[in-house]
Write a protein that binds this ligand. Structure first.
Ligand SMILES: [Zn+2]
Length: 143
């Protein structure tokens, strides 16, 4: 530990401070006083914080009470906007739905038509291939 009077290092078990000559009992008393002062300061600090918290509490309550109607007003003001927004989204959905339905129907019709169109085309191609094959066979038979 250090001598609280002069700050010099105080050897454990020494009766006097080697730097300033303060007696161990005097140093012990000073240390005790310093500890007491620190505890008192801590207590005072805690008490002051408690007092400050208690002093602030009603202010915070008042602020909360003052803000509450503002928040309620904002909520009240926003509610019709939210309604309007959801109604608009419903409107968009209602507008998009038939379009989407039409797209699906048209696509399905196109696929159907494509299937109907490619069917005969493939048959025709098969026919043409058969005819070519027959002609090739006839020509090779003639040789
Ligand atoms: Zn000293």
């Amino acid at each position: 530990m250090n001598c609280p009077k002069c700050g010099a290092s105080f050897p454990a078990g020494a009766a006097y401070c080697p730097s300033c000559g303060a007696p161990k009992s005097e140093i012990d008393r000073l240390v005790r006083e310093a500890k007491k002062a620190a505890a008192k300061a801590l207590d005072a600090g805690t008490a002051a914080l408690d007092r400050a918290a208690k002093a602030i509490e009603p202010t915070l309550d008042r602020a909360a009470k003052k803000i509450e109607p503002v928040i309620n007003d904002a909520a009240k003001a926003l509610r019709p906007v939210a309604h309007e927004l959801s109604r608009t989204l419903d409107g968009v959905a209602a507008t998009v739905k038939p379009v989407a339905d039409t797209v699906v129907r048209v696509t399905m019709e196109a696929v159907d038509r494509a299937a109907k169109a490619t069917g005969p085309v493939i048959e025709k191609a098969a026919d043409a291939t058969r005819q070519v094959a027959r002609k090739v066979r006839e020509k090779t038979m003639k040789r």
